[in-house]
Ligand binder design. Structure first.
Ligand code: GH3
Ligand code: MG
Ligand code: MG
Ligand code: MG
Length: 316
C-alpha cells in the first residue's frame, strides 16, 4: 500500500493536530498485519508528535488497549489473522463510546459495502487503502478535534463555573461509583458538607460580587488542603461537599479541623475592605453501606446541628 503525498498542502489538518496535541500526549494505536504499512504509518504519525503503538492483528490490539486505557485513536485494517478489524471494532465499541475512542478503518477491500459495514459497527471513519497522506491527516484531525470538543463539553458539564470545582451533578455521579467501589472493597468513606456561616450578611453588606469572592476563597482553601483521595464539589450557593474515600475517621476529622481553623484565621484583603468568615461542617462516616443520598442527608443533619450550636464547628 503506497501512501502518496497529497497535491494540496494539509496545513489545516496539521495545525488542528498540533493544537489538539498542544503538549498533551495523544496515543494512537495502528493495527495492521502488514509490517511495512505499520512502519510507514507509524513514522508519519510520529512526525506529528502522536505517540504511536502498533499491533499485528485484532487480538494484539485488544491487549494493547487493555494496557493503555488512554489510547484516543485507533487506525485498523480489515483483514487480519486471529481477530479481524470488524470484530475488533465490535468488541471495542462495547467498551468505549465514540466520545472516548475514535476508530478509523483502512482497508484494501474492493467491496463497496465494506465502509458502510464498518460504520454500522461503530467505526468513526473509513478510508480505502491508496489514500493520500493529506486524506489521512484530514480525517485524523477531524476525529481528534471531535474528541477534544467532547472533552470540553464533558468538563463544562461537570464543573462549577464560579469556582472550577466539580459541580453537584459530577459529585453525585462519581460519588455513587466511589461508594459502590468502597463497599465492595470494604473501605471507609466520609461525606462532608461545608457551609459558610452568615453568608447572607456578606452579600447584604458588600454586595453579590464580594460574596462570589468569598465563595471562590472557599475553593482555594479546599484545594490547598485536599489533594488526594477526595472528591470536592460546590453543591450550590455557599455550600460545598467533600467525599473522602478510603479514609480514617480520626485523620479526616483532624484535616477538617485544620480547614475550619484556616477559615477562622483567614482574612481576605481586598484593598479597601477585609473580609472574614467562618464555616460550619457536618460529616457522615460510614463503611459505605449508605448511599450517597443517605450519607449527604446525615451530613446535612449534622451541619444543621453545628449551625444550631453556634456555627464555626464540626459535627459528626
Ligand atoms: P447560615 O450561617 O445559617 O448558613 O446562614 P447563611 O446566611 O450563610 O445562609 P443562607 O442559606 O440564609 O444564605 C445563603 C445565601 O447565599 C442566600 C443566597 O442569596 C446566597 N447565594 C446563593 N448562591 C450565591 C452565589 O452564587 N453568589 C453569591 N454571592 N451569593 C449566593
Ligand atoms: Mg490486512
Ligand atoms: Mg450559610
Ligand atoms: Mg447554605
Amino acid at each position: 500500500y503506497v501512501i502518496k503525498d497529497g497535491i494540496y498542502s494539509f496545513k489545516y489538518a496539521l495545525s488542528v493536530i498540533q493544537r489538539v496535541i498542544n503538549n498533551k500526549t495523544i496515543k494512537v494505536l495502528v493495527v495492521d498485519d502488514s509490517k511495512s504499512f505499520l512502519e510507514t504509518i507509524k513514522k508519519l504519525l510520529q512526525r506529528y508528535r502522536l505517540t504511536v503503538f502498533t499491533a499485528k492483528n485484532g487480538k494484539e490490539a485488544l491487549d494493547v488497549m487493555n494496557e493503555h486505557q488512554d489510547i484516543k485513536l485507533l487506525l485498523t485494517d480489515y483483514y487480519m489473522p486471529l481477530i479481524d478489524g470488524l470484530e475488533l471494532v465490535r468488541v471495542l465499541r462495547k467498551k468505549y463510546n465514540k466520545d472516548e475512542l475514535s476508530i478509523i478503518v483502512t482497508s484494501g477491500s474492493k467491496d463497496k459495502k465494506t465502509a458502510s459495514k464498518f460504520l454500522k459497527y461503530g467505526a468513526n471513519d473509513f478510508l480505502y487503502k491508496g489514500f493520500t497522506q493529506e486524506e489521512l491527516f484530514v480525517r485524523i484531525s477531524a476525529n481528534l478535534e471531535l474528541l477534544e470538543l467532547f472533552e470540553q463539553l464533558r468538563k463544562k458539564a461537570n464543573t462549577d463555573y464560579l469556582t472550577n470545582l466539580y459541580n453537584r451533578r459530577y459529585f453525585f455521579e462519581q460519588g455513587k461509583k466511589i461508594l459502590e467501589f468502597s463497599k465492595i472493597n470494604n473501605k471507609i468513606c466520609a461525606v462532608v458538607l461545608i457551609d459558610i456561616d452568615n453568608f447572607k450578611i456578606i452579600n447584604d453588606e458588600y454586595g453579590h460580587d464580594i460574596g462570589d469572592i468569598a465563595i471562590k476563597e472557599v475553593s482555594i482553601v479546599l484545594n490547598r488542603f485536599l489533594y488526594n483521595n477526595e472528591l470536592v464539589a460546590r453543591l450550590g450557593g455557599e455550600e460545598f461537599s467533600i467525599l473522602f474515600y478510603n479514609c480514617e475517621e480520626k485523620e479526616t476529622l483532624d484535616k477538617l479541623e485544620l480547614i475550619r481553623e484556616e477559615f477562622e484565621k483567614n482574612v481576605i484583603d481586598l484593598g479597601t475592605i477585609n473580609i472574614k468568615f467562618t464555616v460550619s461542617i457536618g460529616c457522615s462516616f460510614n463503611n459505605s453501606n449508605g448511599s450517597i443520598e443517605a450519607m449527604l442527608q446525615e451530613a446535612d443533619k449534622n451541619l444543621y446541628k453545628a449551625k444550631d450550636s453556634g456555627r464555626n464547628q464540626i459535627r459528626y
